[in-house]
Design a protein around this ligand. Sequence first.
Ligand code: SF4
Ligand code: SF4
Length: 245
Amino acid sequence: MQIDKEKCTGCEACHPYCTVGAIHSVKKDGGEDLVSVIDQDECVECGVCHRANICPTDAIYPVELKWPRSLRGVFSDPLTVHKDTGIAGRGTEEMKTNDVTGRIRRGHAGVAIELGRPGIGTRFRDVDIMAQAVAKVGVVFEPKNPVTFLMVDKSTGKIREDILNEKALSAIIECGIEMDKLENLLSVIKATAPKLNTVFSLDLICKMGEKGEMETLPIAQKVGFTPRPNTKNNIGFGRPLAKEE
Ligand code: SF4
Ligand code: SF4
Protein backbone atom coordinates (compact mmCIF):
# COMPACT_ATOMS: atom_id res chain seq x y z
CA MET A 1 0.00 0.00 0.00
CA GLN A 2 1.21 3.52 -0.73
CA ILE A 3 0.18 7.10 0.01
CA ASP A 4 0.43 9.74 -2.70
CA LYS A 5 2.23 12.54 -0.87
CA GLU A 6 0.96 15.13 -3.36
CA LYS A 7 -2.64 14.26 -2.50
CA CYS A 8 -2.16 13.69 1.24
CA THR A 9 -3.15 16.65 3.46
CA GLY A 10 -1.70 15.12 6.64
CA CYS A 11 -5.12 14.91 8.33
CA GLU A 12 -4.13 11.58 9.98
CA ALA A 13 -7.67 10.17 9.59
CA CYS A 14 -6.17 6.94 8.24
CA HIS A 15 -3.79 6.30 11.15
CA PRO A 16 -6.21 4.48 13.50
CA TYR A 17 -7.33 2.19 10.66
CA CYS A 18 -3.94 0.58 10.18
CA THR A 19 -4.00 -2.93 11.64
CA VAL A 20 -0.32 -2.84 12.63
CA GLY A 21 0.31 0.88 13.26
CA ALA A 22 2.42 1.26 10.10
CA ILE A 23 1.14 4.73 9.09
CA HIS A 24 2.81 7.81 10.58
CA SER A 25 3.34 11.48 9.83
CA VAL A 26 6.52 13.03 8.46
CA LYS A 27 7.42 16.55 7.38
CA LYS A 28 6.72 17.02 3.69
CA ASP A 29 9.90 17.75 1.71
CA GLY A 30 11.65 19.02 4.86
CA GLY A 31 9.08 21.82 5.36
CA GLU A 32 6.53 22.33 8.13
CA ASP A 33 3.57 20.62 6.42
CA LEU A 34 2.87 17.03 7.43
CA VAL A 35 2.10 14.10 5.18
CA SER A 36 1.45 10.49 6.10
CA VAL A 37 3.70 7.65 5.00
CA ILE A 38 3.42 3.89 5.30
CA ASP A 39 6.36 2.03 6.80
CA GLN A 40 6.79 -0.57 4.05
CA ASP A 41 8.66 -2.98 6.30
CA GLU A 42 5.80 -3.04 8.82
CA CYS A 43 2.83 -2.88 6.41
CA VAL A 44 1.24 -6.33 6.05
CA GLU A 45 -0.77 -5.36 2.93
CA CYS A 46 -4.08 -6.12 4.61
CA GLY A 47 -5.83 -3.43 2.53
CA VAL A 48 -7.91 -2.11 5.44
CA CYS A 49 -6.78 1.52 5.12
CA HIS A 50 -7.79 1.52 1.45
CA ARG A 51 -11.04 -0.42 1.84
CA ALA A 52 -12.16 1.78 4.74
CA ASN A 53 -12.46 4.57 2.19
CA ILE A 54 -11.78 7.26 4.79
CA CYS A 55 -9.17 9.29 2.94
CA PRO A 56 -10.81 12.59 1.91
CA THR A 57 -8.41 13.04 -1.02
CA ASP A 58 -8.10 9.42 -2.25
CA ALA A 59 -4.38 9.49 -1.49
CA ILE A 60 -4.14 5.83 -0.39
CA TYR A 61 -3.66 3.41 -3.25
CA PRO A 62 -2.71 -0.27 -3.65
CA VAL A 63 0.25 -1.30 -5.80
CA GLU A 64 0.89 -4.57 -7.56
CA LEU A 65 2.75 -6.85 -5.18
CA LYS A 66 5.59 -9.00 -6.44
CA TRP A 67 6.95 -12.14 -4.80
CA PRO A 68 7.82 -12.44 -1.95
CA ARG A 69 5.94 -9.33 -0.81
CA SER A 70 2.73 -10.69 -2.38
CA LEU A 71 2.68 -13.21 0.46
CA ARG A 72 1.74 -10.40 2.86
CA GLY A 73 -1.53 -9.80 1.06
CA VAL A 74 -2.32 -13.51 0.78
CA PHE A 75 -2.04 -14.00 4.54
CA SER A 76 -3.42 -10.63 5.67
CA ASP A 77 -6.16 -9.65 3.25
CA PRO A 78 -9.21 -11.96 3.50
CA LEU A 79 -10.23 -10.96 -0.03
CA THR A 80 -7.08 -12.52 -1.50
CA VAL A 81 -7.40 -16.20 -2.38
CA HIS A 82 -4.35 -18.38 -1.80
CA LYS A 83 -3.36 -19.73 -5.20
CA ASP A 84 -2.40 -23.20 -3.97
CA THR A 85 -5.25 -23.93 -1.56
CA GLY A 86 -8.00 -21.90 -3.24
CA ILE A 87 -8.96 -20.73 0.24
CA ALA A 88 -9.23 -17.10 1.23
CA GLY A 89 -7.25 -16.27 4.36
CA ARG A 90 -4.66 -17.91 6.54
CA GLY A 91 -5.89 -21.38 7.35
CA THR A 92 -7.77 -24.36 6.01
CA GLU A 93 -11.24 -25.50 6.85
CA GLU A 94 -10.07 -28.97 7.79
CA MET A 95 -10.40 -28.65 11.54
CA LYS A 96 -13.82 -27.04 11.48
CA THR A 97 -15.23 -29.74 9.20
CA ASN A 98 -13.73 -32.78 10.85
CA ASP A 99 -17.13 -34.48 10.99
CA VAL A 100 -16.87 -34.82 7.19
CA THR A 101 -13.13 -35.02 6.57
CA GLY A 102 -12.43 -37.35 9.51
CA ARG A 103 -8.84 -36.19 9.37
CA ILE A 104 -8.44 -36.15 13.14
CA ARG A 105 -9.20 -39.66 14.34
CA ARG A 106 -9.65 -41.01 17.83
CA GLY A 107 -6.31 -41.28 19.56
CA HIS A 108 -5.03 -38.27 17.64
CA ALA A 109 -5.05 -34.54 18.27
CA GLY A 110 -5.16 -31.69 15.80
CA VAL A 111 -3.02 -28.70 16.74
CA ALA A 112 -3.18 -25.21 15.27
CA ILE A 113 -0.70 -22.53 16.29
CA GLU A 114 -2.02 -19.13 15.20
CA LEU A 115 0.89 -16.70 15.19
CA GLY A 116 0.29 -12.95 15.07
CA ARG A 117 -2.70 -10.77 15.78
CA PRO A 118 -3.82 -7.28 14.72
CA GLY A 119 -1.49 -4.76 16.32
CA ILE A 120 1.59 -6.97 16.10
CA GLY A 121 1.41 -9.38 13.13
CA THR A 122 4.07 -12.03 12.60
CA ARG A 123 7.22 -12.41 10.54
CA PHE A 124 7.63 -15.73 8.77
CA ARG A 125 10.90 -15.99 10.72
CA ASP A 126 8.79 -16.66 13.82
CA VAL A 127 6.63 -19.15 11.92
CA ASP A 128 9.85 -20.91 10.91
CA ILE A 129 11.12 -21.10 14.51
CA MET A 130 7.87 -22.65 15.75
CA ALA A 131 7.42 -25.00 12.78
CA GLN A 132 10.95 -26.38 13.14
CA ALA A 133 10.48 -26.85 16.88
CA VAL A 134 7.25 -28.84 16.58
CA ALA A 135 8.56 -30.91 13.65
CA LYS A 136 11.15 -32.44 15.99
CA VAL A 137 8.32 -34.01 18.02
CA GLY A 138 7.08 -35.89 14.95
CA VAL A 139 3.99 -33.92 13.94
CA VAL A 140 2.41 -34.33 10.50
CA PHE A 141 1.83 -30.91 8.93
CA GLU A 142 -1.59 -30.41 7.35
CA PRO A 143 -0.92 -30.71 3.59
CA LYS A 144 -3.59 -28.20 2.50
CA ASN A 145 -2.51 -25.49 4.90
CA PRO A 146 -0.93 -22.38 3.27
CA VAL A 147 2.01 -22.39 5.71
CA THR A 148 2.81 -26.02 4.84
CA PHE A 149 3.14 -24.95 1.18
CA LEU A 150 5.93 -22.60 2.24
CA MET A 151 8.06 -25.36 3.77
CA VAL A 152 11.10 -26.55 1.86
CA ASP A 153 11.10 -29.70 3.95
CA LYS A 154 7.91 -30.95 5.60
CA SER A 155 9.83 -33.31 7.87
CA THR A 156 11.86 -30.49 9.46
CA GLY A 157 9.28 -27.69 9.12
CA LYS A 158 11.93 -25.43 7.51
CA ILE A 159 10.30 -22.44 5.80
CA ARG A 160 11.83 -21.16 2.55
CA GLU A 161 14.62 -18.66 3.17
CA ASP A 162 13.43 -15.89 0.82
CA ILE A 163 10.26 -15.16 2.80
CA LEU A 164 11.54 -15.16 6.39
CA ASN A 165 11.47 -11.37 6.71
CA GLU A 166 7.99 -11.05 5.21
CA LYS A 167 5.30 -10.01 7.63
CA ALA A 168 1.62 -10.97 7.81
CA LEU A 169 -1.26 -10.20 10.12
CA SER A 170 -1.23 -13.84 11.13
CA ALA A 171 -0.29 -17.31 9.91
CA ILE A 172 -1.47 -20.68 11.15
CA ILE A 173 0.67 -23.78 11.53
CA GLU A 174 -1.64 -26.82 11.45
CA CYS A 175 -0.57 -30.33 12.29
CA GLY A 176 -1.65 -33.64 13.72
CA ILE A 177 -0.05 -35.82 16.38
CA GLU A 178 -0.75 -39.06 18.23
CA MET A 179 -2.43 -38.34 21.57
CA ASP A 180 0.38 -39.99 23.53
CA LYS A 181 2.87 -37.48 22.09
CA LEU A 182 0.70 -34.42 22.77
CA GLU A 183 2.16 -33.66 26.19
CA ASN A 184 5.67 -33.56 24.74
CA LEU A 185 4.50 -31.38 21.84
CA LEU A 186 2.81 -28.88 24.14
CA SER A 187 5.92 -28.69 26.32
CA VAL A 188 7.98 -27.88 23.23
CA ILE A 189 5.49 -25.18 22.16
CA LYS A 190 5.68 -23.64 25.65
CA ALA A 191 9.49 -23.68 25.62
CA THR A 192 9.58 -22.10 22.15
CA ALA A 193 7.20 -19.24 22.97
CA PRO A 194 9.88 -16.93 24.52
CA LYS A 195 11.96 -17.19 21.33
CA LEU A 196 9.23 -15.51 19.26
CA ASN A 197 8.75 -11.81 18.61
CA THR A 198 5.00 -12.18 18.44
CA VAL A 199 2.03 -13.71 20.21
CA PHE A 200 0.14 -16.87 19.29
CA SER A 201 -2.99 -18.71 20.26
CA LEU A 202 -3.15 -22.45 20.41
CA ASP A 203 -6.05 -24.60 19.21
CA LEU A 204 -6.35 -28.25 20.22
CA ILE A 205 -8.82 -30.45 18.42
CA CYS A 206 -9.95 -33.98 19.23
CA LYS A 207 -12.98 -36.20 18.82
CA MET A 208 -15.15 -36.02 21.93
CA GLY A 209 -15.79 -39.11 24.03
CA GLU A 210 -19.20 -40.71 24.65
CA LYS A 211 -19.84 -38.43 27.62
CA GLY A 212 -18.47 -35.28 25.99
CA GLU A 213 -15.00 -35.62 27.47
CA MET A 214 -12.05 -34.04 25.68
CA GLU A 215 -8.82 -36.00 25.91
CA THR A 216 -6.71 -32.96 25.07
CA LEU A 217 -7.97 -30.92 28.03
CA PRO A 218 -6.17 -32.57 30.99
CA ILE A 219 -2.99 -32.87 28.90
CA ALA A 220 -2.96 -29.13 28.17
CA GLN A 221 -3.65 -28.36 31.84
CA LYS A 222 -0.83 -30.66 32.94
CA VAL A 223 1.65 -28.77 30.75
CA GLY A 224 0.52 -25.46 32.28
CA PHE A 225 -1.89 -24.08 29.69
CA THR A 226 -5.29 -22.71 30.73
CA PRO A 227 -7.58 -24.00 27.97
CA ARG A 228 -11.02 -22.59 27.29
CA PRO A 229 -12.94 -25.65 26.09
CA ASN A 230 -15.54 -24.92 23.45
CA THR A 231 -16.62 -26.27 20.10
CA LYS A 232 -16.65 -24.81 16.63
CA ASN A 233 -18.32 -27.18 14.23
CA ASN A 234 -21.18 -27.60 11.82
CA ILE A 235 -23.44 -30.04 13.66
CA GLY A 236 -26.00 -31.52 11.33
CA PHE A 237 -24.73 -29.90 8.14
CA GLY A 238 -21.78 -32.06 7.18
CA ARG A 239 -22.60 -34.95 4.83
CA PRO A 240 -21.58 -37.64 4.32
CA LEU A 241 -20.14 -38.06 7.80
CA ALA A 242 -16.64 -39.50 7.98
CA LYS A 243 -16.56 -43.12 9.13
CA GLU A 244 -14.37 -44.24 12.01
CA GLU A 245 -11.76 -46.78 10.90
S1 SF4 B 1 -2.44 -2.08 4.01
FE1 SF4 B 1 -2.93 -2.65 6.15
S2 SF4 B 1 -0.93 -2.76 7.16
FE2 SF4 B 1 -0.61 -1.61 5.26
S3 SF4 B 1 -0.82 0.53 5.84
FE3 SF4 B 1 -2.86 -0.17 5.16
S4 SF4 B 1 -3.90 -0.85 7.04
FE4 SF4 B 1 -1.69 -0.68 7.50
S1 SF4 C 1 -6.50 10.08 5.35
FE1 SF4 C 1 -5.57 10.59 3.36
S2 SF4 C 1 -5.11 12.75 3.50
FE2 SF4 C 1 -5.46 12.06 5.60
S3 SF4 C 1 -3.39 11.51 6.35
FE3 SF4 C 1 -4.29 9.63 5.53
S4 SF4 C 1 -3.57 9.57 3.39
FE4 SF4 C 1 -3.26 11.65 4.11
